[in-house]
Design a protein around this ligand. Structure first.
Ligand code: HEM
Length: 311
């Protein structure tokens, strides 16, 4: 578990560290970074927005209450638990947020089945095709192309609908729900599970759950936050998952392959949407800022606890 934690963070951290200087230069090249106003291109449906709201709120709730339980000997955890009504209440909130997690996961799979049927494609074409989420040879080329770009040995890859790091984030949720969710259920209902598994499985599940949770929290609050929000051309945040669209100019620059495909197939016009209203953008920015701040503060508390008081 420790190897998985360190390995994942070292690889993704190196990728991030190499990306940073090129991203700064890219921001300068595009001058004003995030463009606003004018025509927007729809990237997400309302359903995706609502699902992501469930992901964000449940994950923050699970991470906060879970870390309070893990570091229950720390002053900050005791204070937070006191504010929430005690450690027992934190455990209840944890279970409620776990329920939300299983709900959004089920809703996503249900939507996937529905969308696949409506597309008329086979499963293979749907999930591994041009717009699919499954890794393919092109992702490998774009990863190696990005590494070359980081070292100034080539141009920035011409990204399409999903980049390789977005696909990685997506599969991390599947992995997380299976491993953290599975072990979490065992901790939740030990009487049922130990009818089949030996008693020590509960101890093993606690270790896996706790270490995987640490990995998920550090990955989301450091790597995902940088890739999506804090890299210079996006800083301080990208609200596309909430506003549902990106400015046309930005879309053409950031995902030239997808832009070209949509122009050639004549589908681009159907995806143009009005730019979000200023008060909407303000609302989503505030919400995003709150979520990002909670994540960063929690990471700070975890690092502090692990460095100075880990038991
Ligand atoms: C999604 C399904 C999940 C379920 C069903 C679940 C369930 C549980 C349960 C039952 C406990 C024991 C709590 C208690 O004794 O009151 C627990 C502990 C914990 N959970 Fe979860 N959980 C889930 C997801 C998560 C996630 C996503 C995180 C963090 C990212 C997380 C972090 C933790 C931590 C750190 C602990 C304390 C472990 C320790 O004592 O070292 N959990 N969880």
């Amino acid at each position: 578990m420790t190897g998985l934690l360190i390995g994942t963070l070292v690889i993704s951290g190196t990728h991030t560290a190499l990306w940073l200087p090129r991203s700064l230069a890219y921001r300068k090249q595009i001058k004003n970074g995030h463009v606003e106003g004018g025509a927007y291109v729809r990237r997400f449906r309302r359903f995706h927005r609502n699902l992501h709201l469930m992901v964000v709120s449940s994950f923050l709730g699970l991470a906060l209450t879970g870390m309070m339980l893990k570091f229950s000997y720390m002053g900050w955890a005791k204070l937070l638990a006191h504010l929430l009504g005690g450690f027992e209440a934190a455990g209840l909130i944890h279970r409620f947020c776990a329920g939300l997690t299983f709900a959004y996961f089920g809703l996503h799979v249900y939507d996937l089945v529905k969308q696949r049927r409506a597309s008329g494609k086979s499963w293979r074409q749907y999930i591994a095709g041009e717009d699919g989420m499954v890794f393919n040879g092109r992702d490998w080329q774009e990863l190696t192309g990005s590494l070359k770009w980081f070292f100034k040995r080539g141009p920035r890859p011409e990204f399409g609908r999903w980049t390789y790091w977005e696909k990685f984030d997506y599969f991390a949720v599947f992995w997380g729900v299976a491993v953290i969710g599975g072990t979490g259920l065992l901790l939740w209902f030990p009487e049922i599970f130990t009818r089949v598994f030996p008693g020590w499985a509960v101890n093993v599940a606690t270790t896996i759950h706790s270490d995987e949770a640490l990995l998920a929290v550090s990955f989301i609050f450091v790597v995902h936050f940088f890739n999506t929000h804090f890299r210079p051309e996006r800083f301080p945040m990208d609200t596309v998952i909430f506003t549902e669209g990106v400015p046309l100019e930005e879309f053409e620059r950031d995902r030239p392959r997808e832009y070209r495909q949509l122009v050639e197939s004549g589908e681009l016009a159907g995806m143009i949407m009005p730019s979000p209203l200023p008060h909407e953008v303000k609302f989503w920015r505030r919400l995003g800022f709150t979520a990002l701040s909670i994540g960063l503060i929690l990471i700070g508390l975890i690092v502090y606890s692990m460095l100075f008081a880990y038991r």
